[in-house]
Write a protein that binds this ligand. Structure first.
Ligand SMILES: Nc1ncnc2c1ncn2[C@@H]1O[C@H](COP(=O)(O)OP(=O)(O)OP(=O)(O)O)[C@@H](O)[C@H]1O
Ligand SMILES: [Mg+2]
Length: 342
């Protein structure tokens, strides 16, 4: 009987032969072949752990696996396509490096424009972890800041505050919400200094930091026009359109589902009525409004069931018409009236 070395497993021939064939046909380099063979000899749990490090990013993972957190989000086709391109670029650059060819480690700063609740923050956070998986960033965590975090009140404070944010974000994503507020105070405001410090910090940390500026479309365009140096440093602008009714419903179902609840068909109808009304309001917050409606319904369901000791598992899961029709948002509807559901 073959003695298996401690801590290792014997890989099946079916795992080794394709690696050797790929190497023989010049499709993978010697270091890549060795790495794959090494992984084939490791325990499966060890291989899984390796995926989280920059040393072996996406080595055995498909595009679908790496981008799964993004694919799970509703809509957002432009950003999904763009990330697929970045994935392809990272894979090819890595292969080129293995063959000794020139390869760049492109860190792409971006501008996200769109109205509230269109997913800008959520996507920035998701991209951070994907870029870490791809080895583009070493950590992938996101630091979210706004004007007050970057701009100080007296001379010298702004550069310090902005540098501190850049340091905290190093290895991940620095997400600057309502970035146009940096231009708010005019030419003598410290916002200018924050932008200059930011640009310098981006250059210094360019291999391991992605800066994302976010805000409303027109304000962001004005801001970039006022700061010509910024435009070339933020080559990609992604606009986040308002979600369609269908997408908002899909977001709602997703939120309900991940919290272990379900909506009855009648509840869905009431939800849609509320949504149609809310969409006409200037304060409409897309995904955020959906979250508020759902969380309000969950609170109302809790109130409805709190003294029902005989409530079953399915009762505890079900959000019914009444949970929506009596919520804070529904109270603002012109024809708000409570409905019974039991
Ligand atoms: N595509 C999506 N799929 C699932 N949930 C979403 C999606 N887009 C937004 N959401 C939900 O909406 C909420 C608000 O999204 P997010 O905070 O990313 O919006 P935002 O564009 O950053 O808004 P703001 O400009 O007001 O900061 C998120 O917490 C998330 O629950
Ligand atoms: Mg946000």
């Amino acid at each position: 009987m073959t003695k298996v070395p401690k801590g290792n497993i014997t890989p099946e021939r079916s795992k080794i032969e394709p690696i050797l064939t790929e190497f023989e046909h010049g499709r993978i380099s010697a270091p890549m072949a060795l790495k794959k063979l090494h992984q084939a000899y490791q325990k499966p749990d060890r291989v899984a752990q390796d995926h989280g490090t920059t040393d072996a990013p996406y080595g055995l993972m498909s595009r679908e696996q790496v981008l799964a957190p993004l694919y799970r989000l509703v809509g957002l086709s432009t950003i999904k396509r763009m990330t697929e391109e970045m994935f392809a670029h990272a894979v090819v650059q890595r292969r080129r490096r293995e063959f000794g060819l020139q390869a760049d480690k492109t860190v792409t700063h971006m501008v996200f424009t769109g109205r509230p609740g269109t997913g800008k923050t959520l996507v920035a956070r998701t991209l951070g972890s994907i870029f870490a998986e791809l080895g583009i960033l070493s950590k992938g965590a996101m630091v979210e800041v706004e004007r007050a975090d970057l701009v100080g009140e007296y001379v010298g404070q702004t550069a310090q505050k902005t540098k501190a944010c850049l340091d905290r974000a190093a290895g991940g994503v620095l997400f600057i919400d309502e970035a146009y507020a940096l231009a708010r105070g005019g030419a003598r405001d410290f916002g200018r200094e924050a932008v200059d410090t930011l640009v310098k910090g981006m250059e210094d940390k360019r291999d391991d930091l992605i800066v994302i500026l976010a805000g409303y479309e027109s304000e962001m365009q004005d801001f970039l026009d006022l700061n010509p140096g910024l435009r070339s440093r933020f080559p990609i602008t992604v606009s986040f359109p308002d979600y369609s009714e269908r997408e908002l419903l899909a977001i709602a179902k997703e939120m309900v589902n991940e919290r272990d609840y379900i909506m009855t068909p009648q509840a869905i109808n009431v939800f849609l009525t509320i949504l149609r009304h809310e969409r006409l309001e200037p304060s409409f917050g897309n995904g955020r409004t959906v979250r508020n409606i759902i969380e309000s319904a969950i609170r109302r369901q809790a109130l409805r069931l709190s003294d029902q000791l005989e409530a079953t598992r399915s009762d505890l899961m079900e959000l019914c018409e009444r949970d929506f029709s009596g919520g804070d948002v529904h109270d603002r509807l012109p024809h708000a009236r409570p409905n019974e559901c039991w």
